[in-house]
Write a protein that binds this ligand. Structure first.
Ligand SMILES: Nc1ncnc2c1ncn2[C@@H]1O[C@H](COP(=O)(O)OP(=O)(O)OP(=O)(O)O)[C@@H](O)[C@H]1O
Length: 219
């Protein structure tokens, strides 16, 4: 069988500052997830370099990369991927136990608005609540970068706005750099920086001097 080589990304160069709220915007197949996976150390580019602070992550050995993923990066996905047999709090605790510099679990649960739902199981929660647990799970690791792949993709408008607000609150409270993938252009209005992707390339990088609060987003 013949093999087809797909160039998912090409000529991609950008910088992210500590504490920035970044939106990566682009249509399906434009390379957004590939980009996020490379930043998160889940995928390795065939060419090019990625630096985290002054460390070259693209040259890291497996053990160093595991350490980077575990301690520096938090992931939030479209579908929440929670452990069904663990409560919200237990899901968050489990992730925190794996890393060396975990945040205070109670504080994290409060900051995502789940203080009073911590003992509920995922099946007892709405999609928006489950996504809050997933965000808490990522934030509890106290990561320097929070990578979110279509975090509102499975949610209705109102719930999506609430989730974006949680991400913005976390960004302000804990100072994590946040990178959100979306194909929804309206979400870009809340970003400090917007990276527009098209066909595996960066079509534009926009610095937004006046990001709006999530409540003011319309889509
Ligand atoms: N493991 C893989 N093997 C082959 N092709 C891949 C693989 N992963 C991604 N691709 C291809 O690379 C390109 C970019 O995919 P990617 O998932 O990064 O895009 P995306 O912008 O995140 O899309 P979506 O919004 O649909 O998730 C697409 O053409 C995709 O088919």
């Amino acid at each position: 069988m013949g093999e087809v080589t797909v160039k998912a990304l090409e000529d991609v160069t950008f910088e992210v500052e500590k504490g920035e709220f970044i939106v990566i915007l682009g249509p399906s197949g434009s390379g957004k997830s590939t980009l996020l996976n490379i930043v998160g150390g889940m995928d390795n580019p065939s060419d090019g370099e990625v630096y985290f602070n002054n460390e070259l992550i693209t040259k890291m050995k497996d053990k160093e990369l595991t350490y980077y993923r575990r301690n520096k990066i938090g992931f939030v996905f479209q579908f929440y991927n929670l452990m069904a047999t663990l409560t919200a709090r237990e899901n968050v605790e489990l992730a925190a136990e794996l890393c060396e510099n975990a945040a205070d679990i109670d504080e994290v649960m409060e900051s995502v608005g789940l203080g009073d739902r911590a003992d509920h199981f995922p099946s007892q929660m709405s999609g928006g609540e489950q996504q809050r647990v997933a965000i808490a799970r990522a934030v509890a690791k106290n990561p320097q970068i929070l990578l979110c792949d279509e975090p509102t993709g499975a949610l209705d408008f109102e719930t999506g706005i609430q989730i974006l607000k949680v991400l913005k609150d976390v960004n302000e409270k804990f100072g994590n750099t946040v990178m959100v993938i979306t194909h929804n252009a309206s979400i870009a209005d809340m970003a400090d920086k917007i990276i527009k992707m098209r066909s595996g390339k960066i079509a534009d990088i926009i610095i937004n001097e006046n990001p709006i609060s999530p409540e003011r987003i319309e889509w």
